[in-house]
Design a binder for this molecule. Structure first.
Ligand code: PEP
Length: 253
């Protein structure tokens, strides 16, 4: 069975003390993560160490970085290397979030380099893809997302792509309160899985978790996660509220 994942993306929010409190609040509330389920916290870089020590011995709970650089080390002031993440025991990193693509001009080919260095160093990318509103309105979202996958992922071997988690995040639904309908999410997730199948075969395509992101909250998580090809969510705003995120974890199938 594919992994079902509730991933929190704190973005550039919270102080250290607020972050610690939020993790404590979430961990103190009843949540039941089954063997095929994971909760992942994509934490601001300065707090990775704190989160890693707090969550290290918790079953099915992991820490993720929100970004990393495409080079191993060197004169890249302000960047975070995969070795730095590995030395903290971090196993996941979010790559290609639409905010990084938009504000920091991250291209598909630059993301391919980041994907490569992560996989070479045993860190699993949570690879974000998704279309802006004008593309959705022109009904060309499949071509758009297909291109993102092709240019950033399809050079990988079958063994490598199996280590990727994909997050489909329609940009028009991120932080807007406007969620894709569960039908729209299922339609795109099925397209992504089929697209992977055409390159890597059905067994690989069926093994990859595809998360939905875009205004997921406690009130809509069960409905969205119930879709056949939706394997959980990448959650921004609602992940900053303990009760909301715990309910989202408990909505995993
Ligand atoms: C995100 O940042 O990945 C996201 C989906 O944000 P929100 O849940 O706030 O729409």
């Amino acid at each position: 069975m594919r992994k079902q994942i509730a991933a929190a993306n704190w973005k550039m929010n919270l102080t250290l003390q607020q972050g610690e409190q939020l993790l404590d609040d979430i961990l103190s509330k009843p949540h039941s993560l089954k063997d095929n389920q994971e909760a992942i916290f994509a934490i601001p870089a300065p707090y990775l160490s704190m989160a890693q020590s707090k969550l290290r011995n918790k079953e099915h709970v992991f820490v993720a970085a929100q970004n990393c650089y495409s080079k191993k080390s060197g004169a890249y002031t302000g960047e975070i290397s995969v070795d730095m993440l590995s030395s903290l025991g971090v196993q996941y990193v979010v790559l290609g979030h639409s905010e990084r693509r938009e504000y920091f001009n991250e291209s598909n080919s630059f993301l391919a380099d980041k994907v490569n260095i992560c996989l070479e160093n045993n860190i699993s990318p949570i690879f974000c893809c998704g279309e802006p509103l004008d593309i959705r309105e022109a009904n060309t979202q499949n071509e758009y997302v297909g291109k993102q996958l092709k240019e950033s992922l399809y050079h990988l071997t079958e063994a490598q792509i199996r280590k990727i988690v994909i997050a489909y995040e329609p940009i028009w639904a991120i932080g807007t309160g406007k969620t894709a309908t569960s039908e729209q999410a299922q339609e795109m997730h099925a397209f992504i899985r089929k697209n992977i199948e055409l390159v890597y075969g059905a067994s690989t395509a069926n093994s990859i978790s595809i998360l939905y992101g875009g205004s997921v909250k406690a009130a809509n998580a069960v409905e969205i996660f119930s879709q056949t090809d939706v394997d959980g969510g990448l959650v921004g705003g609602a992940s900053l509220i303990a009760d909301e995120f715990v309910a989202i974890i408990n909505a995993l199938k």
